[in-house]
Design a protein around this ligand. Sequence first.
Ligand code: FEO
Length: 170
Amino acid sequence: MLSQKLIDAINDQIQYEYYSAFIYKAMQAYFEDEDLPGMANWMDIQFQEEVSHAEKMFHFVCDTGGRVLMQAMETPHNDYSSPLEAFEEALRHEQIVTSKINDLMELAQQEKNHAAQIFFQWFVTEQVEEEANASHIIAKLKRVKEDGRGLMMVDQDLAKRVFVPIAGEA
Ligand code: FEO
């Protein structure tokens, strides 16, 4: 059972997870246009992950007797000056997500809602990986700078990423 305050907060986060998916789909489109298929693939997987995060929260609200309310979304950025700029924006975005997840955890703690705390724990852990993934790619892109061959190698590496459904939610 969730308080209305928690339901409202999770509803906002569902919105933000779908918005994250929307941002990454726009980044995928940018990389498709730049003929960087590996980076486009990475963003497509990121899109799928964000949808799965939103769905996990969606089902949690439904399973605990709450009501999900969908909301409108802003237009995401569609253009970037470089791959580095896109991944730096991805990292900035993930840092915002992390702070929102921490706020949700704090609300669950204030309300002594143990089920919600255990549920949010998965997202706390996930955010460590989300930020690390973007940071590692930024480090590689900074190392290759304008070197075309280096960029192609990073692109080939990112082409290997595959979508792994959340355990128990496939
Ligand atoms: Fe759903 Fe990238 O955080």
